[in-house]
Design a protein around this ligand. Structure first.
Ligand SMILES: *Cc1c(COP(=O)(O)O)cnc(C)c1O
Ligand code: SF4
Length: 336
């Protein structure tokens, strides 16, 4: 079957099937992109410690034959990951131990992260999650109860942020159960979801899911994660339209990544594209200094300069806040 026809067929499958058929090895992805393994700095060892994982919907937006494609760079296991960089460690934000008991991470005033899964649909090479056997840490029902109880017993919590991993990888039934329990908590005003699925697996955004999100009686906010305008394809746009038309507030956060989006024109185009589909640029994160990610680092000086140039180009509401996460801080630290 011609490639475009088999892709069209693939995108009619449900999200679970698309997830099951995601690329999971370097050879398969390179073949699809018409790239020769010999021309790429790939590393089998890097892929062994943190496997390649990328849904076709995301890979289809990569440019065939381009070894430097900005989307490919986010997912391809490369030799640079094996280099040690000073200041890079396995738990740069100091989070993980505290999150494992109840799934609740309460560091900032009024809002908590509530983590119910460590799984993701895509493995982003720059992610701190790469250093943890995180998906072994699937929290069971027992933990979920403990997390809900913690939120019930702390009336100063007004916003719960479902995070992960990717919370939208939970089944509809599991999400519905969490939403029902959260909606019964009077002091909660908002439920926020941090997810990369609208971008990497837009088929996840189904009517059933949206009903679950919107019937809870709380305001719902989704913070997507898109790093480059090329990630916004027609399937992604459809998913965002569905969400927006049901009154869900949409923001985006990006990570500033060398060789992906460390460029004024690329950052401006990302903001423009996001906003044209109703998504407000929220944060541009400096990289968390996780082992294996040093080659993605953009220095604070260069980052500041980039954002100043974006500010000089775009209206203020299209400029994301440049932020860094520091252990022990009471919020993200805004650099500019
Ligand atoms: C990032 C983060 C939040 C959300 O912060 P906002 O500034 O509200 O987006 C909340 N809790 C923790 C632990 C976080 O890391
Ligand atoms: S947590 Fe986010 S950045 Fe990390 S691998 Fe999952 S989707 Fe990518």
């Amino acid at each position: 079957m011609p490639e475009h026809l088999s892709e069209t067929l693939h995108f009619t499958k449900n999200w679970q099937q698309q997830l099951a058929e995601a690329f999971n090895n370097i050879e398969g992805l390179c073949h699809y992109l018409h790239l020769s393994l010999h021309d790429l700095p790939v590393s089998v060892a890097a892929a062994k410690s943190f496997p390649l994982r990328v849904p076709l919907s995301f890979a289809a937006s990569m440019q065939k034959g381009n070894p430097d494609d900005p989307l490919l760079r986010q997912v391809l296991p490369v030799k640079d990951e094996l280099l040690a960089y000073p200041g890079f460690s396995n738990d740069p934000v100091g989070d993980l131990p505290s999150a494992t008991k109840t799934g609740v991470l309460h560091k900032y005033h009024g809002r908590v992260l509530f983590i119910n899964t460590g799984s993701c649909a895509i493995n982003c090479r720059y992610c701190f999650r790469r250093n943890f056997p995180y998906s072994d840490l699937q929290l069971g029902k027992q933990d979920e109860h403990a997390g809900i109880r913690y939120i019930q017993e702390n009336p100063d919590i007004t916003e719960v942020i479902l995070s992960g991993g990717d919370p939208l990888l939970l089944s509809d039934a599991r999400l519905a159960k969490i939403f029902v329990q959260l909606s019964a908590i009077k002091h909660l005003k908002r439920i926020r979801i941090h997810s990369r699925l609208p971008i990497v697996l837009p088929a996840r955004i189904t009517d059933d899911l949206i009903n679950t999100l919107t019937q809870c009686g709380k305001q719902v906010v989704i913070v997507a994660h898109c790093n480059h305008a090329n990630e916004i394809n027609p399937r992604v746009i459809t998913a965002f339209n569905l969400l927006r038309n049901k009154g869900i507030t949409l923001f985006n956060q990006s990570v500033l990544l060398k060789g992906v989006n460390d460029n004024v024109a690329v950052l401006c185009e990302l903001s423009e594209q996001l906003f044209s589909h109703g998504i407000i640029p929220y944060y541009l994160h400096l990289l968390d200094k996780a082992t294996g990610t040093g080659h993605f680092e953009v220095s604070e000086t260069v980052a500041t300069d980039l954002i100043k140039q974006v500010q000089a180009t775009l209206p203020g509401y299209l400029v994301p806040k440049l932020v860094i996460e520091l252990p022990g801080a009471l919020s993200k630290q805004v650099i500019l």
